[in-house]
Design a protein around this ligand. Sequence first.
Ligand code: GLU
Length: 418
Amino acid sequence: MSRVRVRFAPSPTGALHVGGARTALFNWLFARHHGGSFILRIDDTDTERSTPEALSQILSSLRWLGLDWDEGPDIGGPFGPYRQTERLEFYREAASRLLAAGRAYKCYCTPEELAAQRAEARRLGKPVAYDGRCAHLSAARQAALEAEGRKPAVRLKVARDRAVVLHDLIRGEVVFPGEVLEDFVLMKANGLPTYNFACVVDDHAMAISHVIRAEEHLSNTPKQVLVYEALGHPMPLFAHVPMILAPDRSKLSKRHGATSVEEYRADGYLPEALLNYLALLGWSPGGEEEFLPLEEMVARFSLERVSKNPAIYDQRKITWMNGHYLVWADLERVTRLCLPYFQKLELVGAPPTEAEWKKLKEVVGLVRDRVKTLREVAEASTYFFHDRFDYDPKGVARHFQVPGRAALLARVRERLAD
Ligand code: GLU
């Protein structure tokens, strides 16, 4: 295999979700398994939705998970820059080349005109694809349209009389009939590239060997194949990893519980538990065992063992796994990680005294095998620190007010003390 170079290319439009984290993990495992490079590229050309906060949260989630990158926006590298908004000249140059070669053309249609074309096609029962009306404009006509103040988009000329065939490492041969394609936009009228264009220009420029990404991008891939062909670039290998669905087989969303890495961190999950769980979403190590340390995953990871079938996200299972990792982890470390939760409940000082720290460690050691998260360790430990208890008022009414019960408990206490 030629040198393995893979990339994770998030769009900084929100937090890193479990699906994105799983894609990053598969890329990372693949790179580490083959002694290749894992590249972080930021796909931020959707300038309206991209934010610096989302970017810094994605980076911090990846760091927390321990998925370190060899090249990226913060550390640079030989194929930089690693943010698409800093690479606009690459896309413009590639678009000019396609225009000059007659593989692409300028389109002056406005959004309103395009909407009208689509409505008309629908009315006539014709395929709703761009009708190519700008493909053969004369230079004079183009000049006239520009004089009107119109800014052109750039569209690729697509031959729709043939199918695009993709050999996906996970899904096998996937055929996209020509009718589903159209002369799609490479560069928008605002001078920014579309995802499908920028992705190909960058994956080529960054010498990406394998594109491992979510299945939702499978439908984009024929367009990307056509761009590779038009630019005369060799293609990377593609591997589309299966979708992650909720237990009811619907799209995984907020209502199914925590979905962002940051939420798991804040709720007191350990990164190794999350990584272990995510690795098993679509990949099978080939044995029965479910608990795999990271080095073991690196040693065993292969795309051949990634399934085509959707993976079902099971919140209880990840919590259960976390409970195990909580018990196995180094006590000093777990205590340190639990500390903020104890401080939040004001059970220890910030910073804790030496005596508090010692007690804390003992408490964590006792409680951690009865709960599942760092947060729960603190919540289940309050009785070690004070005698104030919040009783359920209904329980108080039912049990505490029974005549003679206080005396009975006093006797129990005496016996126990003996
Ligand atoms: N920015 C795209 C995304 O976040 C990248 C897809 C790809 O890996 O090509 O989904």
